[in-house]
Design a protein around this ligand. Sequence first.
Ligand SMILES: N[C@@H](CCC(=O)N[C@@H](CS)C(=O)NCC(=O)O)C(=O)O
Length: 378
Amino acid sequence: MTVYLADMSYFSGKMEAYLRYKEIPYERRLATSRTMLEEVLPATGLMKVPVIRLADGQWLKDTTPMIEWLEAQYPNPPVVPIDPVRRFMSKLVEDYADEWCWRAALYWRWVPAATRRLLMRRIGEEVLPDFPAPSWLSGWYYGRRQISTYLKGDGLSKETEPVIKQHYLDLLDAMSMLLEDQPFLLGSHPSLVDIGLFGPMFRHYAQDPAPSFVMEQRAPAVYAWVGRVWNARASRLGSEPAFTDFSHPGWRYFLKDIVQSYWPFLLATARAWADGEARVDHEAHGVTYRRLKVVHYRVFCLEVLQREYLSLSPDDRDAVNGLLSPYGRLETLEGLESGLLEDHDLPLRPERPQPSRLQRMKLALVGTPWDMPVKPQH
Ligand SMILES: N[C@@H](CCC(=O)N[C@@H](CS)C(=O)NCC(=O)O)C(=O)O
């Protein structure tokens, strides 16, 4: 298979950690604006990485469904615990790592000046070498776009800034606590929670200069874990992972943040989506994140998690509720339908309608709109 990826990308790092650990052979294809427009967009409707082209020409997109699909093809050793309670909890943490840890990782990349300058240059050279502008200029433009979409457009304000910044430090402390007792976050082998948290921790926090220095000083155990996950190989670790049960005190920070901040954010997003709203305010951590984009993909995330939660046996659901009860409970929404389940049925259906020329030009400049899938012309 061929993985289209970028070497500074959060989700590409996550995907590669999984493939490397599972020893699934793949070819790396660095995505540039040309490969994105000519190969990735027509096949997937996305200007995002990573995506995968299978040897038979079929395509996969979005790391969470991709990992789930690959787990069915390459089941041993599993990264997803078999026990339904641990499995659900792992998926919850993976989703939190994907969607809620994103803002702070973007903050630490784009706000410290030295890191911002370096990344603008890297993006210009590595992602936009075929863009019709000098690479410093295209990199600068792309960086400004990331800042306006994912920071200013995602609730960064004077009020929220200290909380967003602190999120990284809290993650480091919680992970350090977990790693005092085990090489990986859930025990003897990498699992979905390691893979999920590798997203923010690898290409952003461990490698961008400003947060990397913080990790080195504050959380050397996390720094070592980043290398350990990158270097993990199933054949070396053996096929019998022993996964623990989320009762370790290091999980308290995550469980509290998921129940009190992330899940309510998903609910607010889904309600706003159902009401046709484009923006939503969200209160968490004692501050208000104002005018957050209502991202359709996140309605899908909630739908998938909620389905899994509701399909647990009563005893298993009690066990999940028991783990979360010190912090609250998971409210569910009746009649929740994102309409995206079919779109994430993998491999993707080959007969995708093509975007128009005008849409392609627009997408080359602005990327995939964050709040909606690309609507191709029929
Ligand atoms: N839900 C997707 C997210 C992929 C994603 O956001 N990729 C980023 C790089 S880490 C991207 O390609 N961004 C392009 C852009 O913002 O224009 C996944 O799990 O793969």
